[in-house]
Design a protein. Structure first.
Length: 396
């Protein structure tokens, strides 16, 4: 979120000022707003919600099966995510029904460029994450503990009604890591579908096969925040693992669910062009040419304030390499203006979606086809269309 402060001429905006500056006017509710309304003691009412995907071992120890950490948690302790706790051999989520942020965003801000362009996404988050990225832009909630942020309880049905009242086409599970509030996300998604509202998840992709398989039918699309194409980067900078994310991406490619990828390009850490060439070649081979790939500009934050912003030339080089490797849809983000924001027909190179920042200026894909040559542009549009043959990514 903070990457875009320069666009408004200041590096000292408050979170609320920033949300207002970016046009979040239909609905905005943050932790401060909730606290001003009502101070709620953490975990007071209703009762805690039992977690999914765990098994009880001996001596009331449990093993979580939600994400690849597979945490073994003794009685009274929590998993790596910090929001799931063992209480006498039962595992509980401490953040069910407790969103710490609710905002009405352009869907392009997630970013999703091939999902309902020009629409709004009702964005929610709870505290917690199963990564510890040193560059996290929402570290104040992703690295927080549930008891540190008092919030008001919101049922899934209430979230869905708020999204409908705000005129949103989707609910976006975003900002922190939705995997760690899996149960709440799934129930919100079911409530949203009852009101004909879609669901999109913005995730680091570190989730086990069974939970992912169960979640996919509830979602309209997923965006994977891909950190870099090396285990060293994932380990040193994110305190996590690369291989489980690669596994998730390959599962998504075979699932029929639309997904996009975003890579925050950080100077000196994951901006090696040879590595980006290998990464994009892997994407084309394993995932298909039609997966949208966003290279976004780094803004110094959290524990990496010593590094500079990403030079625009770096993003342009990365985009050029990806296109040369065969990726059809490659974008540059956090850098308004320029051809890297537009969607081009892969056949005739006509601009089919024109953008600036988080705005789609000319949405001309209501039927999912290039207006000039008729080529199908894969994605989630107003009408369902069959994708072109030879790609592993399916439109919805």
């Amino acid at each position: 979120m903070r990457n875009e402060l320069d666009r408004f001429g200041s590096n000292h905006l408050t979170r609320r000022e920033f949300l207002l500056a970016t046009g979040v006017t239909l609905f905005t509710e943050t932790v401060a707003d909730v606290c001003a309304q009502q101070q709620v003691r953490p975990f007071s009412t209703p009762e805690l919600h039992e977690a999914s995907y765990y098994e009880t071992l001996k001596d009331n120890t449990i093993q979580c099966g939600l994400c690849p950490w597979r945490c073994v948690v003794v009685n009274g302790k929590r998993g790596t995510c910090g929001v799931r706790e063992n209480r006498n051999g039962k595992y509980y989520t401490l953040v069910y029904g407790r969103p710490c942020a609710m905002n009405n965003d352009p869907i392009e801000k997630k970013p999703f460029f091939h999902v309902y362009p020009g629409s709004r996404a009702f964005s929610i988050a709870t505290v917690g994450c199963n990564f510890k990225c040193k560059f996290c832009q929402n570290w104040d909630i992703s690295q927080a503990k549930p008891e540190n942020i008092p919030v008001q309880f919101r049922t899934p049905q209430e979230i869905a009604r708020k999204a409908a009242a705000a005129g949103c086409k989707t609910i976006a599970y975003t900002y922190s890591e939705p995997i760690i509030y899996y149960e709440y996300m799934a129930d919100c998604a079911r409530a949203a579908k009852d009101l004909n509202i879609g669901n999109v998840m913005v995730s680091n992709g570190s989730i086990n096969e069974k939970p992912l398989k169960d979640l996919i039918p509830l979602l309209t699309a997923i965006k994977i925040d891909f950190k870099g194409f090396s285990q060293q980067f994932y380990g040193d900078i994110c305190s996590s693992k690369l291989q489980p994310v690669l596994d998730t991406l390959k599962r998504l490619a075979g699932s029929g669910l639309w997904f996009e990828m975003v890579m925050l390009v950080i100077p000196t850490l994951n901006d090696n062009m040879d590595e980006i060439k290998r990464m994009t070649a892997w994407i084309v081979k394993e995932l298909g040419q039609d997966v949208p790939l966003h290279f976004t500009r780094f803004h110094p934050d959290y524990q990496l304030r010593n590094l500079p912003q990403t030079p625009p030339s770096t993003l342009y080089k990365a985009r050029k390499i990806a296109l040369e490797q065969g990726c059809h849809f490659v974008y540059t983000g956090n850098m308004p203006g320029g051809e890297g924001e537009n969607t081009y027909c892969p056949k005739c190179r006509e601009v089919v979606l024109n953008r600036y920042g988080h705005m789609t200026i000319s949405p001309e894909l209501a039927n999912g086809k290039c207006h000039k040559c008729g080529t199908f542009i894969p994605g989630v549009w107003v009408q369902k269309e069959k994708p072109t043959t030879g790609t592993k990514v399916q439109g919805n």
